[in-house]
Design a protein around this ligand. Structure first.
Ligand SMILES: [Zn+2]
Length: 109
């Protein structure tokens, strides 16, 4: 199968992202340490939380794209630009296995 390699790369990043999401989720929703009474500490904590939220959003977005790419492998449309239908360059797919657009369309969006 031509996209065997892409599929295993996608599945590997999917597992990694799901693991990351589990950890950020825990960090956000299951804080066991009491909130510090010191103001400085609270600020640091808030900054840290915002960073974790940002990471979580990023991971969710990427996970979403990976799921769509896996679906495209299954239905046979993987490797084609979803915009113009041209084949996406193999080097691009290697660098970004979940790429939806060819390089030409990606630069227009
Ligand atoms: Zn295109």
């Amino acid at each position: 199968m031509a996209f065997e390699q892409a599929k295993s790369a996608l599945l590997a990043s999917k597992a990694e992202l799901e693991d990351r999401l589990q950890r950020t989720h825990k960090h956000i929703y299951q804080k066991d340490e009491a909130v510090s009474a010191q103001f400085d500490e609270q600020i640091k904590q808030t900054e840290n939380d915002q960073l974790v939220y940002a990471l979580e959003e990023e991971a969710k977005e990427e996970l979403n794209q990976i799921r769509k790419a896996l679906q495209r492998i299954d239905d046979g449309s993987y490797g084609q630009c979803v915009h113009c239908g041209e084949d996406i360059a193999p080097q691009r797919l290697e660098a970004v296995p979940f790429a939806e657009f060819c390089i030409g369309c990606a630069s227009q969006v």
